[in-house]
Design a protein around this ligand. Structure first.
Ligand SMILES: CC(C)(COP(=O)(O)OP(=O)(O)OC[C@H]1O[C@@H](n2cnc3c(N)ncnc32)[C@H](O)[C@@H]1OP(=O)(O)O)[C@@H](O)C(=O)NCCC(=O)NCCS
Length: 195
């Protein structure tokens, strides 16, 4: 269980709105919602079938966190980010991870709905998952992502992940994957300041 709810509120000044979100543990009855989010986040051939997602969620050592978001509109309280014109609270993203062998955790997937991206939900899902993996005695974490998924590669680079190898034709649509890794125990490198 999460010790406390992780919350964030991040204004998107371009659109005069803010998204409040909270993270919590996945409940089995929301499986279909997660599967539908995954369908929206990944192209056919990379998105999971129901069976694949269910299998990953049930693996020994697997856990999942979901992000629930609600829009706070500063100019038009009737507008809805997730549900047109209605007060909007919805599951907007999730992450599935597992403790692996020899102290290496594994991020199985991280998905944030297109309308809810760019406000820090993915970063918060990733940070809370890394914290939990540390608590579960993982010293590092790995994940796979498609070599052409530039937003994801930029996102992981900003979170100090580095490419350790390429898996040719990893996905069923024949796209290669990069395997990325992060050391969970060493402190982040200080930013280099210009002389
Ligand atoms: C990758 C993914 C999970 C990121 O989720 P997200 O919620 O958009 O992540 P964040 O908001 O934390 O960060 C995304 C970008 O928004 C920017 N951002 C973060 N907070 C922001 C804010 N308050 N205002 C404006 N921009 C912000 C960040 O700088 C970041 O930029 P960068 O990583 O490209 O440098 C999401 O794009 C996604 O679900 N993609 C489809 C599925 C996928 O590819 N998953 C990863 C492969 S497994």
């Amino acid at each position: 269980m999460l010790g406390k709810q992780e919350r964030g509120r991040h204004p998107l000044h371009d659109y005069n709105k803010a998204v409040e979100f909270a993270l919590r543990d996945f409940r089995h009855e929301e499986f279909e919602t997660l599967w539908r989010i995954d369908q929206q986040c990944f192209a056919p051939g990379i998105s999971y079938s129901r069976l694949e997602l269910a299998t990953y969620l049930q693996r020994p050592g697997a856990f999942a966190l979901v992000a629930e978001g609600s829009e706070v509109s500063e100019t038009n309280p009737r507008s809805g980010l997730f549900n047109d014109g209605q007060p909007s609270t919805a599951t907007v993203g999730f992450i599935v991870a597992e403790t692996g062998s020899r102290g290496t955790g594994h991020i199985i997937t991280i998905d944030v709905l297109p309308n809810a991206r760019g406000v820090g939900i993915g970063s918060q899902l990733l940070r809370v998952t890394e914290d939990r993996l540390r608590t579960l005695r993982c010293h590092s974490v790995i994940l796979e992502t498609a070599v052409d998924n530039m937003p994801a590669l930029s996102f992981y680079k900003r979170h100090h992940y580095t490419v350790i190898k390429t898996l040719p034709r990893y996905y069923s649509n024949a796209v290669d994957a990069f395997v990325l890794k992060k050391d969970l125990l060493s402190p982040p490198q200080p930013a280099k300041l210009p002389q």
